[in-house]
Design a protein around this ligand. Structure first.
Ligand code: SAM
Length: 285
């Protein structure tokens, strides 16, 4: 069998199994060995690591991960890929393929079973249609994670990194920057995939902080303030938060907190830094 991370090797295995791409699953398989090596190198995997791969596809990156890690857990939703993965991963005895939807899976239980509850490294060429729920789930869930090295749509990588005052700044930026230190690893052209996606791609590594970079008395409450602020982007922060029935905050209390922080009464949420959101939620608690 030709190497999978090439156009020829990928076509060969797809033909052998008469596989048809499913657009609804965001299937764009990597066919560039350089990029595969860059992702695996950036993830810093050693033979002590347990890796969680989301969407192994035909197993192209899984093979690289299996060679470097102690253990690989690969979660793939498409049943048609399971016999292919059995074939392409046959020579590795450290890979467990799970045919499930990653958004429905109890990842914590699997990590407990496979890695005794120790932190895993997540490495993936993500299905773009569910990037945000996957990343938010990994960050906010209680699964122990050391780092996340993933291919995402270029614009999403920008949202993860950006600061206040830009149009891309939002709840995803703040969650990523509260839990992790993001770092861009590589920009990837559509020609590195089969079929070619319509968008540019970026590999980003998110290193989980041991301690969050800001002090917050109640993380959950801070994120409900953040979400409410960005749900009503056009409104002033006072109106946006006061209109959110779930928060149940009086306008006067919000205005008072902004005054204490030395912020103008008509300030918009999109101009607040992570530190300011932490301060504000501590004052409103
Ligand atoms: N890792 C392969 C590669 O790099 O060539 C494939 C990456 S492809 C962009 C995304 C993969 O995620 C596909 O194999 C797709 O079937 C799978 N996938 C899509 N939605 C999923 C879900 N909800 N849970 C698990 N896997 C999913």
């Amino acid at each position: 069998m030709a190497a999978l991370g090439t156009p020829g090797g990928t076509i060969e295995i797809l033909k052998k199994y008469n596989f048809s791409f499913q657009k609804k699953y965001g299937q764009n398989f990597l066919i560039d060995a350089n990029i595969l090596e860059k992702i695996v190198n950036a993830s810093d995997i050693t033979d002590r690591d347990c890796v969680l791969e989301i969407g192994p596809g035909i197993g192209t990156m899984t093979q690289y991960l299996a060679k470097n890690a102690k253990e690989v857990i690969a979660v793939e939703i498409d049943q048609a890929l399971i016999p292919i993965l059995e074939d392409t991963l046959a020579e590795y005895n450290n890979v467990t393929v799970i045919n499930e939807d990653i958004l429905k899976l109890d990842i914590g239980r699997i990590v407990e079973e496979k890695n005794g509850g120790r932190a895993v490294k997540v490495v993936a060429n993500l299905p773009y249609y569910i990037t945000t729920p996957i990343i938010m789930g990994l960050l906010e869930g209680d699964v122990p994670i050391e780092s996340i090295t993933v291919m995402v749509q270029k614009e999403v990588a920008e949202r993860m990194q950006t600061g206040p005052g830009t149009k891309d700044y939002g709840a995803l930026s703040l969650a990523v920057q509260y839990y992790t230190k993001p770092e861009i690893v590589a920009q990837v052209a559509p020609t590195c995939f089969m079929p070619k996606p319509k968008v540019g791609s970026t590999v980003i590594r998110l290193d989980r902080y041991k301690e969050p970079p800001v002090d917050t008395k109640d993380e959950k409450f801070m994120f409900s303030i953040i979400r409410a602020s960005f749900n009503q982007r056009r409104k002033t922060l006072v109106n946006g938060l006061a209109n959110d029935a779930g928060l149940g905050l009086a306008k006067e209390k919000i205005a008072g907190a902004l005054e204490t922080m030395g912020l103008p009464p008509a300030v918009r949420g999109e101009t607040l830094s992570l530190k300011e959101f932490a301060q504000l939620s501590n004052l409103l608690l």
